[in-house]
Design a binder for this molecule. Structure first.
Ligand code: HEC
Length: 168
């Protein structure tokens, strides 16, 4: 089985080689005053749930577990974080320095929670504590739907003109 051995060796070399591909795991600086939870004065339970289930991908406070340092898992993780942040970044909610459509994000949050789309399934596999029970989902959905959080209003006046605003 010479061929199998060669293939094995080749795979091993590839597995080692990809460890040297650089992955940017730095968190951008965080201004606590621009954080969504601060800006919206969210209740403690909402804050706890968002931190536990969403902040690793949708904030500048991502926590990197040991396997975040092992390729190719590290590539997947980094991709999740970059893509997640680009859609919705709770850390920069107040300033919206990344120019996101916050109104849209605020509208989508209860939807993705209700549909069980977020947090992503592979994340839940590694973070059982991020799974939301039905009651926890309700808490978050009610909070985002209630408008008491001002997430939507906040979103729309920070939003860049899209012509779709229904508030005028
Ligand atoms: C493991 C990383 C990860 C976690 C944890 C996570 N998300 Fe996401 N999220 C993503 C990625 C990646 C995208 C963009 C791709 C997509 O829509 O699937 C995204 C997209 C979104 C969007 C935009 C939806 C869309 O269709 O464009 C919303 C809203 C969102 N997430 C909310 C949440 C909320 C709320 C939580 C916590 C309950 C959460 N996410 C947890 C990675 C994550």
């Amino acid at each position: 089985m010479k061929l199998l051995k060669r293939i094995g060796l080749l795979l091993l070399i590839v597995a080692i080689a990809i460890q040297f591909v650089p992955v940017n795991r730095t968190n951008p600086a965080v201004d606590p005053n621009q954080d969504y939870l601060k800006v919206s004065a969210a209740p403690a339970e909402v804050a706890r749930l968002l931190k536990a289930s969403c902040y690793d991908c949708h904030s500048n406070e991502a926590k990197y577990p040991w396997y975040a340092y092992v390729a190719p898992v590290s590539f997947l993780l980094q991709n999740h974080i970059q893509e997640g942040r680009s859609k919705l970044n709770f850390s920069t909610w107040g300033s919206n320095s990344s120019g996101q459509d916050l109104a849209e994000a605020a509208e989508e949050i209860p939807e993705v929670i209700a549909e069980g789309e977020m947090p992503l399934w592979d994340y839940k596999l590694m973070h059982p504590e991020a799974k939301l029970s039905e009651a926890e989902k309700r808490t978050l959905i009610d909070w985002f739907n209630s408008g008491g959080n001002s997430a939507n209003q906040l979103g729309s006046d920070k939003k860049y003109p899209s012509g779709e605003d229904d508030d005028d």
